[in-house]
Design a protein around this ligand. Structure first.
Ligand code: ZN
Length: 90
């Protein structure tokens, strides 16, 4: 279940190519994550750059990458590329 909807300042940004490669790598490595993202998000719109965020999980140094828009919520659905591998809303 996605949790932790909250205010959080972006950490950095990445190009669309970097974002899509990061998400493809994450969802390609974990089938359950790919299923979850497909079920819980709608596609992002076309942009040149996307924000990234630092993972809020204690002890995790991952970066959060935009994977889609959360269904029925005005939030970006992000996936951690670090050890926790969790999803969040931003
Ligand atoms: Zn993490």
């Amino acid at each position: 279940m996605t949790s932790n909807v909250g205010q959080s300042y972006p950490y950095s940004s990445e190009t669309e190519a970097e974002r899509s490669a990061a998400i493809a790598g994450l969802t390609g490595a974990k089938e359950d994550l790919a299923t979850k993202v497909a079920a819980e998000t709608t596609p992002l719109d076309a942009r040149d750059r996307w924000w990234t965020w630092k993972c809020p999980t204690s002890g995790c140094r991952g970066i959060l990458h935009a994977a889609g828009y959360a269904r029925d919520l005005h939030a970006v659905y992000v996936v951690c590329d670090g050890t926790c591998g969790k999803t969040f809303l931003r």
